[in-house]
Design a protein around this ligand. Structure first.
Ligand SMILES: [Zn+2]
Length: 75
């Protein structure tokens, strides 16, 4: 167990090791997932296989990259 400081809300939180999502507490992590899910639903109209694959890649990129800027912009 180790404690980390959340990049987004600056709250200390405890994990076994640094989370793969980065130094972000579970609360901020959930916030990021919910935003990604909303965007995913918008894109879900017209679900051809190509669209789905592009969405999967975009989602992965979004989870890694979007989480931080979104949180900071909305605070
Ligand atoms: Zn946080």
């Amino acid at each position: 167990m180790a404690s980390f400081l959340c990049d987004q809300c600056l709250t200390a939180f405890v994990e076994d090791s640094l989370p793969r999502r980065g130094s972000v507490c579970f609360k901020c992590h959930l916030k990021g997932i919910r935003i990604g899910f909303t965007q995913g639903k918008e894109e879900f109209k017209g679900p051809t296989i190509g669209e789905r694959q592009r969405k999967t890649v975009a989602d992965a990129a979004a989870k890694g990259i979007v989480a931080e800027p979104v949180g900071q912009r909305w605070v």
